[in-house]
Design a protein around this ligand. Structure first.
Ligand code: T3P
Length: 120
């Protein structure tokens, strides 16, 4: 559904990578609403074009990875934010890890990404 794709973009799409200063994850997790109601534990932002991410849902950009998932044929630049510290209440503090990885996603019947599973 369309709502799933919209939510996916809010949670996982940031291209080009936003220039928000030093604490990218702290800023972005709050900006995208992922600090409420509790700090989300892990979240990946993909620094790739929408077209290239959508293509993972097709044979040109991805392949079947089982369990309804698809893995990209090429790596994407991603930043994975990991919650640090004991409290899951805002203000949320995150570590940042930027790397090049294959993304594993689920797509809906319209061929749009609706779930980020992991990156390898
Ligand atoms: P969501 O389905 O709301 O996109 O797996 C549980 C959640 O953690 C899921 O949230 C996806 C997210 N996640 C990442 O964003 N990056 C990761 O590397 C992993 C393992 C999970």
């Amino acid at each position: 559904n369309l709502k799933g794709y919209t939510t996916f973009l809010t949670q996982h799409y940031d291209n080009p990578k936003s220039s928000v200063g030093k604490q990218y994850c702290d800023v972005m997790m709050k900006r995208r609403g992922l600090d409420k109601p509790a700090c989300k534990e892990v979240n990946t932002f993909i620094h790739g074009t929408k077209n290239n991410i959508i293509a993972v849902c097709t044979a040109s950009g991805g392949k079947d990875y089982g369990k309804g998932l698809r893995i990209s044929l090429r790596p994407f630049t991603v930043t994975t934010c990991k919650h640090k510290g004991g409290s899951t209440r805002p203000p949320c503090k995150y570590s940042d890890n930027k790397s090049s990885r294959y993304i594993v996603i689920a797509c809906n019947q319209d061929g749009k990404p609706v779930h980020f599973d992991e990156s390898l």
